[in-house]
Design a protein around this ligand. Structure first.
Ligand code: CU1
Length: 190
């Protein structure tokens, strides 16, 4: 029956929508892990790190994972770390945007290649634009000539904000509704 096919396709659509919004775990160095003789610049290239994602460092305990400043990253300065881990498996949640720098804290290992720099971007949720504050600044000079113009512009900008912020919730809902409609059409016609 065609109905079964519709259900399978719909499940795939819904599941793919859900996975798009979830956080990712990145295993640093993939199967090589956190070790000497791995090019972590190459590993990080092309990857998009977002707030909510995590880095997973797998290493033997002859190494450490040190969170450092950009200058300590550049100069491979050890002993000055912001945070240091040595358990062998370290998962670091990326909670802030910007560049994050990690090196191995063992003498000579950073210059031996154990240094990782990543850029973390926001998760895509919209931030309020500065335009609303610029509109009232202009309004005193325009009130005499065109009092009707400013109110629609302000109403338009404020009504956009809740719609944009809930778009990540709406898109899976649209997929579910689409699937239900397709499923019911199949039932009626099939
Ligand atoms: Cu090391």
């Amino acid at each position: 029956m065609a109905t079964y096919g519709v259900v399978v396709v719909c499940l795939m659509v819904v599941l793919s929508n859900v996975s798009f919004g979830s956080a990712k775990d990145y295993t640093v160095g993939d199967t090589a892990g956190w070790a000497l003789s791995v090019d972590y610049t190459k590993w990080a290239k092309g990857k998009t790190f977002k707030v909510g994602d995590s880095l997973v460092f797998n290493y033997d305990t002859s190494h450490t994972v040190d969170l450092v400043s950009s200058s300590d990253y550049t100069t491979c300065t050890i002993g000055n770390s912001i945070a240091s881990y040595n358990s062998g498996t370290t998962t670091i949640a990326l909670n802030t945007t910007g560049s994050h720098y990690y090196i191995c804290g063992i003498m000579g290992h950073c210059s031996g290649g154990m240094k990782l720099r990543i850029k973390v971007t926001s998760d895509g949720s919209p931030s309020p634009a500065p335009t609303p504050s610029s509109i009232p600044a202009d309004s005193p000079s325009t009130t005499l000539l065109g009092a009707a113009l400013p109110p629609p512009a302000v109403a338009g900008t404020t009504s956009n904000v809740p719609v944009e912020s809930s778009s990540s919730v709406i898109s899976p809902l649209i997929a579910v509704v689409f699937c239900l409609v397709a499923f019911m059409l199949e039932l009626i016609h099939g």
